[in-house]
Design a protein around this ligand. Structure first.
Ligand code: FE2
Length: 267
């Protein structure tokens, strides 16, 4: 068990092994109902502090190889729709500045790599989401560490996937807050008028999620508008995204890889 993700987890509060015990099922039920009711659930302090330090050191070592993503995008992350008026919320540009460390430069010896590949975590998250999850097949997007330094941010957007799973590894001195508007849109309605006022600075309905280092956030980012505010201070904000999909073999296109990682790796 030495150097196994088994030892990364605070098992007293998160009995992720063995699978299927009463305690395990209770935990699944808690996170499942929170996710359904609020569009987000946080596994508080699931990863031990010493492992977070190790993940930070391992990330620091590969930051020089990370990709600098400087993007201007609308909240839907899609093409600008020229048929709409210029002031339409759908056409409002958001700027994002962060660096990303893709999976193919994260060593299998690194704690984050081992955690992502640990079956008991995938089994637990599958049970919370109510369907079997598979590791994403994309050699870069499957696991990404987002790196944000002073004055970097992630603008308002919706995610492409229904549910996003992130692990906060290191928090900045201040700023870098994860803000969201739960279920702002739904299948039938993009709620453009509410979206417009939030993009114009209205604070109504915005929640700051209390995410701390060691927490895993399970977040329904497809319906909930969200952003990360500007980071302040010298300490880097490190947040990993663990990408699991509901079917095997899912890859990003070469075009999407080029945008997010500055190169193509189709495995
Ligand atoms: Fe997102």
């Amino acid at each position: 068990m030495k150097n196994s993700p088994y030892q990364f987890i605070n098992l007293d509060s998160f009995p992720l092994v063995p699978k299927g015990t009463e305690a395990w099922q209770r935990l699944v039920d808690i996170h499942k109902s929170e996710l359904e009711a609020r569009g987000a659930s946080i596994m508080k302090s699931v990863i031990k502090q010493d492992i977070l330090k190790r993940m930070t050191v391992e990330a620091d070592a590969v930051v020089p190889e990370s990709f600098a993503c400087r993007d201007s995008h609308n909240p839907f992350l899609d093409q600008d729709d020229l048929s709409l008026s210029e002031d339409h919320p759908r056409r409002q540009k958001q700027s994002t500045s962060l660096n990303s460390i893709p999976y193919d430069i994260i060593s299998p010896a690194h704690a984050l790599h081992q955690l992502y590949n640990w079956e008991p975590l995938k089994d637990f998250l599958s049970a919370v989401l109510g369907h079997k999850l598979y590791k994403m097949a994309d050699p870069m997007a499957a696991l990404t560490m987002n790196v944000m330094n002073e004055n970097q941010n992630h603008g308002w957007h919706y995610d492409e996937s229904q549910v996003t799973i992130t692990l906060m590894v290191q928090k900045p001195e201040s700023g870098g807050i994860f803000e969201c508007v739960p279920n702002l849109r739904n299948e039938e309605d993009d709620q453009y008028s509410k979206l417009g006022s939030i993009l114009d600075g209205d604070q109504n309905g915005i929640l700051s999620l209390p995410v701390e280092p060691g927490d895993i956030l399970i977040f329904a980012g497809f319906y909930s508008l969200h952003r990360v505010t500007h980071v302040k201070g010298d300490q880097t904000r490190y947040v990993a995204t663990l990408c699991y999909k509901d079917k095997p073999g899912v890859m990003n296109s070469a075009e999407v890889q080029q945008i997010f990682y500055g190169r193509v790796n189709q495995g």
